[in-house]
Design a protein around this ligand. Structure first.
Ligand code: UTP
Length: 293
């Protein structure tokens, strides 16, 4: 079986939920604690052995391209102390800047359409799809966990996470069977169901391993919600003919495209950081005491 080496990272969305911060600044460059959001997705990909990254970019994303292009080597020499910038070459475990390409999605016609933009570059290979605003915090990383399941199950793999049932209306939700440990068979999917209509409380958390047949399905996919080409609609079509396996992520996903999720991710990464950790903790405790008094 050929190793999966390519990942698509779509960043052409408008980021309206994070306005006005995203008026000119790409959402993916907003900091989560001490580094831009995109860094976490790239680290997760390189740890999982991904070699080629295909960014689907849109309007107002020049700064992201600049950050990942010219500055790439400097960016990756911010080592432990995060102070010194040495002109080092990226180490083996890091992505080679020559293996990052950008494809423009001329208009934000939906996530499904963004994925379709990478059809020619992916060709007939299986690939990963990472939504970088869904920040998956876990060890090993979410993609690594999913690739383990892929090596056994093949087919399509979808990253899942348990959520409170009252939140199902915000996410794609799956219908499952045959759950063993954290791996299950996916029998169906539904986009943003009301809790009483939800087939489970497992959300699709923004990580996918997909077979190339998704491109043909997307090409024939009619616009759905918001008049956009929706990825979930195409997956619902594909599940009729292909195997889908779910991996319940052993970790926690933060929806950083949303103000509360963004704040939570910042707090969690700050609390987990080695530097300043106790000062941050003390300050937060004081703040909570003030709120409660
Ligand atoms: P989101 O649903 O988070 O949309 O897209 P968004 O536009 O970024 O944010 P809001 O909803 O306006 O606040 C999920 C992922 O799909 C990408 C986004 O960049 C994000 O990574 N996307 C979405 C595209 O690349 N193109 C699209 O047309 C839509």
């Amino acid at each position: 079986m050929k190793k999966i080496s390519k990942a698509i990272i779509p960043v052409a969305g408008l980021g309206t939920r994070m306005l006005p911060a995203t008026k000119n600044l790409p959402k993916e460059l907003l900091p989560i604690f001490d580094r831009p959001m995109i860094e976490y997705a790239l680290k997760e990909a390189s740890e999982a052995g991904i070699e080629d990254i295909i960014f689907i970019t849109g309007k107002n994303k020049e700064m992201l391209q600049y950050y990942l292009g010219k500055n790439y080597q400097a960016r990756h020499t911010f080592t432990e102390d995060n102070r010194s910038i040495k002109p080092e070459r990226p180490t083996k475990s890091e992505l080679n800047p020559n293996n990052i390409v950008f494809i423009e999605q001329k208009e934000p016609l939906g996530l499904g359409h963004a994925v379709l933009c990478a059809k020619n570059i992916i060709g007939n290979e299986s690939f990963c799809l990472i939504l970088p605003d869904m920040l998956a915090k876990g060890k090993p990383g979410c993609l690594s966990q999913m690739l383990q399941a892929y090596n056994i199950n093949k087919g399509n793999i979808i990253g899942l996470e348990k959520i409170p049932i009252e939140d199902t209306y915000k996410y794609g939700i799956v219908k499952i069977s045959d759950k063993k440990n954290n791996v299950c068979k996916i029998d169906g999917m539904i986009e943003k169901p009301r809790p009483e209509k939800a087939p489970s409380n497992l959300m699709i958390m923004g990580r996918y391993i997909l077979q190339p047949e998704i491109f043909d399905t997307l090409e024939h996919q009619n616009p759905g919600h918001n008049n956009e080409i929706q990825l979930t609609d195409a997956l619902i079509t594909l599940i009729e003919t292909q195997k889908f396996t779910g991996v319940v992520f052993d970790g926690k996903t933060y929806d950083c495209g949303d103000k509360l999720g963004y704040l939570m991710a910042n707090l969690q990464y700050a609390l987990d950081s080695e530097a300043n950790n106790s000062d941050i903790r003390k300050t937060l405790v004081k703040l909570i005491q003030t709120l409660e008094s």
